[in-house]
Design a protein around this ligand. Sequence first.
Ligand SMILES: [Zn+2]
Length: 102
Amino acid sequence: MYCYKCGSELSDSDKFCGNCGAKAQQIDELESRVNHLESAEASRDSGSVGWTVLGFFIPIVGLILFLVWLRSKPNNSNAAGAGCLAGILIWYVLPFVFPIFV
Ligand SMILES: [Zn+2]
């Protein structure tokens, strides 16, 4: 590996750069931080079933999330939209189509 500060070559066992004294594991730390951020970013658009459930029980919220996320978070948008549709069907359409369920 190479020193993140001065670029001189380090052996894997080096804890500090022999040239400038920078911490050798800094790059690993940065990489793990970047990976963590990336996975956090991805988890924000995971299309989590939680958004479907939320849209199901509160269809108007699902509809708003669906529209807000349509471009920025397509997976979450789909999840919320699906929940919204299911919620509208169950709470508002079915009782009229099948009054026996009410
Ligand atoms: Zn260095």
